[in-house]
Design a protein. Structure first.
Lengths: 417, 827
């Protein structure tokens, strides 16, 4: 199957504007601005069943239709913070197929009536920021961005903005704060960004991959898009495969592909031919999928089906864990990460991640007791449902599912005493 | 009236205005929802997660918008998660549950989390005893922590954020109340968070650190012992303190304060003031006070206090005379004899440091003895504020979109800090703020319009507000208008003309005689307005007026203020000085009469907003000192004049009968309180902070002539008369300005903490002017004007014009009005 998103894998130099145009690029944007109303564009995206690729899987068209038309101006923001451990798809899109992403961003801006769009890049993407700036300048030169586009009334400018290296800035409201020049800390929701977003104005925020899906949807239609994937999750998804597999990397596949296909057909199987013990489908924020039965690997990867395993597909950063890994080591790693990345705004996350990190380190280093394992589980549960944003909740996922689904690992860890 | 919303909290039906937050609605119903980060004066942030409750909302039918009914009642849907009460506004039909097992578990969890990193050093913590964390832990927390004590993080215990405020990083619970207070309420964003996660800590961004004159308030709203003042830390435990209501005497705002006192070993077992705390008066200072008001109180227990009457006697062994102890009877008799003898040459010089009753007795004494009473002030125009000043029901809190506030010739941040705060907040609520000033001031940031005029053009600038210009429209179209006028760069006649111009404009535009309209004087002292109301007048050429006279100086120190006055007093026939402390003026006196400080007696003061407020005795008297009105009455008795000298309430009632604007007031009425929001005080520490509840009076507005419906004649203003002197090429125009921390206007030399802030005399020059004079910032120069000269340190200010030099009043250079001055660098 030809790639829909990772088109640079087939078409050399598609990151060159003329090559992109020659391959049908920017026709969708031109067509939208010159022949469609913003509402019509939103409707097509709505009908396509496109869901947000940042992790939550919220229907994209619906998000766009929530934009508050009583308050102006509107903004569109691309979340290019890509900071979830195990996720590396947006970077490949932006490096390889930048114009498709920029075109999607432009179409979204037209659909919600925004004349300014921002790309918020994680600080480490500074080279990518400069690269995108060049691409944006090229588009401006060629009349795809700027004032009164295609002879009409619509104007659009796109700006890039570099973060300063905080995981929390991938959270949409913390991202907005950071973009406004403040400390990257999440805001209380509601209100949600489509009502009160950047600079207090209605704002649509989507993931880079989400935007990249939009041009082909407009070009080929909602029905074409819906024909791929599953009823619950339409279209294609880039799966970032990592962990103990032979061929890690990004794989663009329709929703509904099974874990087995991803790991064994595309990823060429587990290193040293060992067996899969657990899967983290959503990076460090994952609930651990217990693979105690080969049949689990035949689970289809879409939002609804993965949920039946007591986990989430999230941003589809699939980390494969084999039977050489003990879960006390794994959760010690994830907790350390969250302790380091907690923004410190709300009490349960700031204090809870610090506390959990102490306990998990104790357990992992053979100094823990059975009571410590219980305490760790209890502290994690005391955090759940109490935090200001999702980061605090995510910090508990691997801990709770690790202890509950892999009790033997912890029994072994504390029996070293 | 705004729309009312009815909700149910813990089974109790509560009806509150739309837009009320859930914790507020609960409190109105007498239900406490515990909070740390939430504060009723600040925007909710939902950070601390202490106020977790269950919130249910009625299900609405999507088609009709009506409530879906279930068993005869609206069907209520609860979210699976607990919600923070603080970030939710009330909704019709909302159901809030604060006491369920789930909610309590959530609150308990938050306390446990907070205590994991808390040092639990309550036994040595200044906040212990009035600490929200301590109280809420007792009420909602687990009795025991599961966190290993050895794993507690150790951080800085004594981190100075500035000269006045210390941070204990271990105690801080990162609620950001202090940061948000500075950002939202003050507009001085000088502190913030650094780092993240468990490393999050408060830092200051300013140099000098925590550069804001409202910093002390952060210690009141800090819900733990993280922020303490350099003045009070390790000084006393809150439960040892007694409290007494008082009024701050540092500026004309009249902030309500509480004096906390304790018996002090270092003071030989005497009861002394340990700290000053704000006392809630939402109509005056809300729950805030400035740092000067909080920290400048130590003069009351200074070693320089006068304790005994003194009389000048010749010393047998030398030709010189000295002040020697005398009895009250002898001292007052000596004064009385001289006053009587002087007849028309008897002069009273009194300042706004005195209470209304003191001033009234002094005024009556001069009236009955053919003397003259002068008001010791460098600013004029007070007769106009008693004609068209603001009156009953005026409240900055009510000023918003329909009000235009004009501030002219005043740097409110320096001269009346709490008015700065209140004007800023009115502007935040939508009031149109017009700032007219010759130089940049902090208030400019919040103004809708800023006009910079040249020194000397103030009258014309005010008159231009009556013209059809963009700014004029903002004034003319206002429903309510208030003008605050000051004396930046003005002497007595200048400020008088400015006051007339303001009064005239207000009268012509019908902004007099109703609430939230009228004129406010930004005076130098706490009771200047009272002096004006009682009928005191200023004298432009005071030196001439004192020369050769018999002078009774009360609450003033002209000798240190001005060498010219010192000289005039040397040539006076007889000088009686009545004051709290030894001053340069008491040194030259023939009779010295020791007066009580405001902390030791009772009385009333009239604020610049024309509000009469009561203060109460908090500490025992010092030595043989007496209240001013008693001393005056004792002198009067020797002169055959009967003045009330014992009962202050009786004296106030006589005053109310005699002075028109006081008519109908009674001493008792001043002690009345009205319900206030937010609730503060002992049981609600966690909510509003440690500000004291007002139990002893919120004061009453005086009536103004315009309010009484009397005909008001405003004197005509001659703009030309006010032009500042035109200095020749070799000189510059030196103008007086007022600084918060000075050396004489208010009494603060004994406040050690603030001594560095005060510093010495300064002169501010434009950088270009400094360049052409060949001087640099920080350099010592000699400034000469009016035949006197003195030293000053150069400061640079690029917002003033090149030919102007600013000299702060009461800093050692005796500048009274704009003058031509010469500046010479010192070698």
């Amino acid at each position: 199957m030809e790639h829909i998103l990772l088109r640079h894998r087939e078409i050399p130099d598609i990151n060159n504007l003329s090559v992109y145009e020659k391959n049908g690029g920017l026709a969708a944007f031109r067509n939208a601005v010159t022949t469609m109303t913003p509402a019509q564009v939103t409707d097509v995206v709505k009908n396509s069943g496109l869901r947000g690729r940042g992790g939550a899987g919220f229907p994209t068209g619906m998000k766009w239709s929530f934009i508050d038309n009583k308050s102006w101006p509107h903004y569109v923001v691309a979340n290019a913070d890509e900071s979830e451990p195990g996720t590396f798809k947006d970077r490949e899109i932006m490096e390889g197929n930048p114009f498709q992403f920029l075109e999607g961003l432009a179409i979204a801006s037209y659909a919600v009536g925004a004349n300014a769009a921002y790309i918020y890049l994680r600080g480490e993407f500074w080279e990518l920021g400069a690269f995108l700036d060049e691409k944006i300048t090229e588009m401006e030169k060629e009349g795809f961005l700027g004032d009164k586009l295609f002879g009409g009334e619509y104007s659009l400018r796109i700006y890039t903005h570099l973060g300063a290296g905080a995981y929390i800035c991938g959270e949409e409201t913390a991202l907005l704060e950071s973009l406004e020049g403040k400390r990257g800390q999440p805001r209380v929701r509601p209100p949600f960004p489509p009502s009160v977003g950047l600079y207090g104005k209605p704002t649509v925020i989507n993931n880079v991959e989400t935007f990249t899906n939009v041009p082909p949807i407009l070009a080929k239609g909602a029905d074409w898009y819906k024909s791929m994937g599953t009823a619950d999750s339409a279209g294609v998804k880039i799966f970032s495969l990592s962990g103990r597999v032979r061929k890690p990397g990004n794989y663009e596949l329709p929703f509904g592909t099974t874990f087995r296909e991803l790991i064994y057909t595309y990823g060429a199987g587990v290193q040293d031919s060992r067996s899969v013990k657990a899967i983290m489908a959503a990076g460090a924020s994952s609930s651990l999928i217990l693979v105690d039965d080969e049949k689990i690997l035949d689970t289809k990867m879409d939002y609804a089906t993965v949920r039946t395993l007591g986990a989430d597909l999230g941003s589809a950063s699939v980390i494969v864990i084999d039977d050489t890994v003990s879960m006390d080591w794994l959760i010690n790693k994830t907790v350390h990460f969250f302790k380091h990345e907690s923004c410190g705004k709300c009490t349960p996350c700031r204090e809870g991640t610090y506390w959990m990190s102490n306990i998990s380190a104790r357990i992992h280093h053979g100094k823990g007791t059975t009571a410590d394992v219980e305490l760790l589980l209890n502290v994690a549960k005391q955090m759940q449902g109490k935090c200001l944003c999702a980061l605090g909740e995510f910090a508990t996922m691997a801990v709770v599912t690790g202890i509950e689904r892999f009790p033997l690992d912890f029994k072994k860890a504390v029996s070293k005493v | 009236m705004s729309k009312q919303v009815t909700l149910t909290i813990d089974g109790m039906q509560v009806t509150v205005p739309e837009g009320t937050g859930v914790p507020e609605a609960a409190k109105m119903a007498g239900i406490d929802i515990p909070v740390f980060c939430h504060h009723p004066k600040l925007e909710p942030v939902g950070m601390c997660r202490m106020c977790l409750v269950e919130i249910g909302r009625p299900v609405r039918d999507r088609a009709t918008g009506q409530f879906v009914m279930e068993n005869g009642a609206p069907k209520i849907q609860f979210l699976p998660k607990l919600e923070t009460a603080c970030t939710n506004k009330v909704e019709d039909g909302m159901v809030v549950l604060t006491q369920t097992a789930k909610a309590k578990e959530g609150q308990k969890g938050t306390v446990e989390f907070l205590l994991t990193s808390h040092p639990l050093d309550c036994p040595v913590c200044d906040k212990g005893g009035e600490c929200p964390l301590q109280n809420l832990t007792m009420a909602h927390g687990p009795g025991k922590s599961r966190f290993l004590y050895d794993e507690k993080l150790h951080l800085g215990k004594h981190v100075p954020l500035g000269d006045l405020i210390f941070l204990d990083q271990e105690r801080c619970i990162q609620c950001a109340r202090c940061i948000r207070f500075q950002d939202e309420i003050v507009g001085d964003s000088v502190i913030g968070f650094d780092d993240r996660a468990r490393g999050t800590k408060i830092v200051t961004f300013s140099d000098p650190g925590f550069d804001s004159i409202f910093s002390g308030n952060t210690t009141d709203i800090c819900p733990v012992g993280a922020l303490t003042t350099a003045d009070f830390r390790f000084e006393a435990r809150p439960w040892e303190l007694m409290s007494q209501a008082s009024i701050c005497t540092q500026c004309p705002v009249g902030c309500n304060i509480t004096l906390n006192t304790r018996r002090e070993a270092r003071a030989g077992g005497d009861i002394v003031v340990k700290r000053i705390m704000p006392r809630q008066n939402e109509e005056v200072n809300e729950i805030w006070i400035c740092d000067k008001g909080r920290f400048a109180h130590h003069y009351t227990d200074s070693k320089k206090r006068l304790t005994k009457p003194l009389v000048r006697k010749s010393v047998a062994t030398s030709s010189r005379s000295s002040l020697q102890r005398a009895s009250w009877d002898a001292a007052t008799k000596l004064a009385a004899e001289n006053f009587e003898k002087a007849k028309k040459d008897f002069v009273v010089l009194a300042s706004g440091r005195l209470s209304n009753e003191d001033l009234f007795n002094l005024k009556t004494l001069t009236e009955h003895s053919d003397g003259t009473a002068y008001f010791y002030s460098r600013m004029g125009g007070g007769e106009l504020t008693s004609l068209v000043g603001v009156g009953a029901d005026t409240n900055f809190a009510h000023m918003g979109a329909n009000t235009t506030i004009v501030v002219v010739a005043s740097d409110l941040y320096q001269e009346a800090p709490i008015w700065y705060l209140r004007v800023k907040q009115a502007a935040d609520r939508g009031a149109t703020l017009i700032v007219l000033n010759p130089r940049e001031t902090k208030l400019d940031r919040h103004a809708s319009y800023v006009v910079r005029y040249a020194y000397g053009d103030e009258v014309k600038t005010v008159q231009d507000l009556g013209k059809k210009t963009r700014i004029g429209d903002a004034f003319l179209k206002a429903e309510n208008a208030v003008i605050l006028f000051g004396s930046d760069g003005l002497g007595i006649s200048g400020s008088e003309s400015l006051a007339s111009a303001c009064a005239k404009l207000l009268q012509e535009t019908e902004h007099v005689g109703k609430p939230n309209n009228g004129l406010i004087g930004v005076w130098e002292r706490a009771n200047d307005q009272g002096a004006w109301e009682i009928g005191f007048n200023v004298e432009e050429d005071l030196a001439k007026a004192l020369k050769g006279k018999t002078v009774y100086i009360v609450g003033a120190d002209p000798v240190s203020d001005d060498p010219k006055l010192a000289k005039a007093l040397e040539e006076a026939t007889f000088v009686a000085v009545q004051d709290v402390m030894e001053t340069a003026t008491t040194e030259i006196a023939d009779v010295v009469l020791p007066a009580l400080a405001f902390t030791e007696r009772e009385g009333t003061l009239t604020s610049g907003e024309r509000r009469v407020q009561r203060f109460y005795p908090a500490v025992p008297v010092t030595g043989d000192a007496k209240p001013d009105f008693t001393i005056t009455s004792q002198i009067a008795r020797h002169m055959g004049i009967v003045l009330e000298g014992t009962s202050i309430s009786a004296l106030f009632d006589i005053l109310a009968d005699s002075v028109k604007s006081f008519e109908g007031l009674s001493y008792l009425q001043l002690a009345e309180v009205r319900p206030q929001w937010p609730i503060v005080g002992r049981g609600d520490l966690y909510y509003g902070g440690t500000t004291y509840e007002n139990k002893q009076g919120m004061g009453v507005h005086l009536s103004a002539a315009a309010i009484r419906g009397e005909k008001v004649n405003i004197p005509k203003v001659h703009a030309s008369r006010e032009a500042a002197p035109r200095p020749n090429a070799k000189e510059g125009l030196a103008v007086p300005i007022t600084k918060l921390d000075d050396r004489g206007t208010t009494v603060m030399m004994s406040a050690n903490l603030l001594r560095d802030w005060i510093g010495g005399p300064t002169i501010s020059l434009h950088p270009d002017a400094a360049k052409s004079l060949g001087v640099e910032a920080g350099q010592l120069v000699t400034v000469s004007f009016n035949g006197t000269s003195g030293d000053a340190v150069v400061q640079l200010d690029d917002t003033i014009s090149v030919g102007v030099a600013l000299i702060p009043r009461s800093m050692g250079l005796a500048i009274r009005e704009p003058v031509s001055a010469k500046v010479r660098p010192q070698r």
